[in-house]
Design a protein around this ligand. Sequence first.
Ligand SMILES: Cc1cc2nc3c(=O)[nH]c(=O)nc-3n(C[C@H](O)[C@H](O)[C@H](O)COP(=O)(O)OP(=O)(O)OC[C@H]3O[C@@H](n4cnc5c(N)ncnc54)[C@H](O)[C@@H]3O)c2cc1C
Length: 512
Amino acid sequence: MMKYDYVIVGSGIAGLYTALLAHEVGSVLIITKGSIDDCNTRHAQGGIAAPIGVNDSPELHFNDTIKAGDGLSDPEAAKILANEAPDRIYDLVRFGVPFDTMNGAIALTMEAAHSVPRILHAGGDATGAHIESTLSRCVREGRIQVLEYCLATDIVVRDGIVQAVKALDLRNGSLLDFECKNLILATGGAGNLFKYTTNPDVATGDGIPLAYKAGAELTDMEFYQFHPTGLRLPGVAPFLISEAVRGEGGILRNVEGYAFMKDYTPEGELAPRDVVARSILFEMRKTSSDRVFLDVTHLPAKLVTNRFPNIFKYCLDHGLDITKGLIPVAPAAHYMMGGVKTNTWGETNVAGLFAAGEVACTGVHGANRLASNSMLEVLIFSKRIIEKTQQKGVKNLPHQIPEIHSTLVQRTNSFNAPPVSLRALQDLMWQKVGIIRDGRGLLQAAQTLETWQKGLPDPTDRPSYELNNLVLTGRLVAEAALIREESRGAHYRSDFPQHSQDWEKHITFVRS
Ligand SMILES: Cc1cc2nc3c(=O)[nH]c(=O)nc-3n(C[C@H](O)[C@H](O)[C@H](O)COP(=O)(O)OP(=O)(O)OC[C@H]3O[C@@H](n4cnc5c(N)ncnc54)[C@H](O)[C@@H]3O)c2cc1C
């Protein structure tokens, strides 16, 4: 059996970009559970943040990142992110990503909680699709080996060192083993934990249980970002109405047509995501409605169609001309801030195991991600992973924020849980572990998830692996949210609505 220098699980921006860098220094295999382009990355709209504008600087970008992280962003990681951003953007340009330009320079737009226009975009609002297709073309041209429809199921660790990854070939049901020196998890987020999400079906958090069972530490699991404006058209698949729409002047109105955001915060529509998401939820409750509206009808129609061609077309295809009518929206689960804990070189606590992209928790995002920092974070830390594997001596900087360690509590043997299904899990997570949480609901969720986890049969196919993975991931989110008795960033507890200085620390889980 061939032993690869690098096996990479996942083919979003993290998997593809890391593979392209790794290919320059060793043998590489990518395994991915769907087709190469089935991932969150393809759906990213708004863009990618980088301090390259004339009025911008790494210091400003660092400050905005730290502010959004609400006391839990790791300053060292955020500094690296802001300082190394221009070089990594140049890498994407070199690979051929066609960023939009204006007067011969890369065009930059504004997004919520950024202090200056800083967001690069491609194809207007199709940034992720352009990045994904460009990088996958480079992977194809570089003849990097990609195994599609191959689901990673287990990591083999011996004497604390990664040896191989086990996988299920979804085309014929055979079990495979891939030996490797370095295993890079790039498995993305877990939006399918929740009833409403902007994520495609593929986002089932698989990397979390893979890492957890291998003995890796997981951190910040309680921080799940809910995007304020998921399209809420009946019977229409999840679709995001980008932050940039509010950045360009879109106004949020309740079902009575009233522009309510300034009642909640002076920053109005451009407040951080968690503030806008909660404000919308409160307003929906106040007006007994399951939606609010985003209004761009006052903007020049040409600006709307040029700047948001993808959103315009998607809505038009579903019978809504957004230059003339209001867009029905409601919050939806969007981005997992927590994940597999890494240092600033993408290393986990298990030798040979790295994590990149949304599955990783590098410390950049803290309690809340600044819009458009996620794809940038991928580039920065993926590059550092490959550097680290090449220069064993590079220095590790410890995380600067304290943490408490926990294991999953054995709560009950006799909890009366309803039958488990994907739908039941998503309803439970949305109702009890969603945008507004409290101790009672979280405890009920944790007990239900524990009972489900114990009762689930061994998985045999993709849906059963994914359900197992979601149940364990959901349990980690619920348990972490129960432990954190305060509100901070994206984690809001109605029974502990204030910040607490005592909680300026991370909660880290490791298998007992
Ligand atoms: C609608 C939407 C809009 C967004 N807009 C922006 C934006 O404007 N700017 C921004 O910075 N970010 C944005 N984001 C977030 C950003 O797109 C993601 O965080 C980022 O693309 C994640 O990249 P990734 O490579 O880590 O994961 P993904 O792109 O999700 O890729 C994960 C890969 O892992 C594979 N995989 C998973 N489990 C397994 C397994 N068990 N075995 C094998 N393969 C597996 C999947 O098949 C997939 O190929 C957006 C996200 C969404 C959903």
